[in-house]
Design a binder for this molecule. Structure first.
Ligand code: AMP
Length: 286
């Protein structure tokens, strides 16, 4: 008998909340207790393992879990070739070279012969070696941003999303080393032996993410205005046009990017649309 599929996700830190939200939006029902290590999904053959963000790659590589969610930066830092099924659009950040605001350094080349503090040792070494810039990489286990103030290093390489931690510490970014976001991983053997189960989860999460970014628009319009309105509504493929009982009128249904809706509305109205409805999409499988 094949065991229930296992998905390893972070138990602490900034990826927990968006990951749990994605799984719930996908319709999976489970209890995410504070200290629970495993949650049984009630309506799907899946167990969720809550592990340290840093350990997800290892759990998936070793086959303890068939699937995992963690940051791309951690996958790259581990040097693992664990299969990546898809990025998830949250947990976005950039591994960045930063220096004190009052320093003369403008680019990575200016750091030749100097010290760079980081907890992302592999990616930092790869970056500077790739550019043939000799630096002394100083490993720190966290809080790299205080290293220049303590006189430990002239620069740091750290993850940045809004940049506010850098500002608070009097630092400025000068180069990007790596762009990261959350990613769905799969175990190599499971990808071969349980490809259908894994594909179901990949589709489930993908359809949930795609639906978040889109809205379903419905409107009425004179048939004579159809061409003009169709130009405004590229949709997924093309809009659906449905004749109405009222002679010369039709209904138009279309899927549009959520962040375009508000700029689109006045243009649709000006082009003759009326009775415009904006509806959420539950799941979108393309
Ligand atoms: P945690 O240390 O458990 O909060 O999670 C760290 C992971 O969250 C990193 O490896 C990144 O993939 C992701 N992340 C997203 N934004 C940031 C940020 N501003 N700083 C650190 N990690 C971030």
């Amino acid at each position: 008998m094949t065991r229930r599929l296992r998905l390893a996700i972070p138990n602490k830190g900034r990826l927990v909340e968006p990951t749990v939200a994605l799984l719930r939006d996908a319709g999976l029902m489970f209890e995410a207790g504070e200290r629970a290590l495993v949650a049984r999904v009630q309506n799907f053959d899946l167990d969720i393992l809550f592990v340290r963000t840093n350990d997800v790659v290892e759990f998936v590589n070793d086959g303890v879990a068939e699937l995992g969610v963690t940051g791309l930066d951690l996958v790259a830092e581990s040097g693992s070739d664990v299969p990546q099924l898809r990025t998830l659009g949250y947990g976005k950040c950039r591994l960045t070279v930063a220096v004190p605001n009052d320093s003369p350094f403008r680019a990575a080349e200016d750091l030749a012969g100097l010290r760079v503090a980081t907890s992302h040792i592999f990616l930092t070494k790869r970056f500077f070696e790739g550019r043939s810039i000799p630096v002394d990489v100083i490993p720190v286990s966290g809080a790299a941003e205080v290293a220049p103030r303590l006189g430990l290093a002239e620069a740091i390489v750290d993850l940045v999303s809004t940049g506010s931690t850098l500002v608070v510490n009097g630092l400025k970014p000068i180069e990007e080393v790596f762009a990261s976001e959350a990613v769905l991983l799969a175990n190599k053997t499971a990808l071969r032996d349980r490809s259908d189960d894994i594909e179901t989860i990949r589709t489930m999460l993908g359809a949930t993410l795609a639906a978040r970014d889109r809205k379903y628009l419905m409107m009425n319009a004179p048939k004579a205005k159809l061409a003009e309105l169709e130009d405004l509504l590229p949709g997924l493929e093309s809009p659906s046009i449905i004749p109405l009982a009222h002679e010369g009128m039709c209904a138009i249904h279309s899927v549009v990017d959520a962040d375009q809706v508000w700029s689109l509305l006045p243009r649709l109205k000006a082009a003759g649309a009326s009775g415009i409805l904006i509806l959420p999409i539950e799941k979108l499988v393309s």
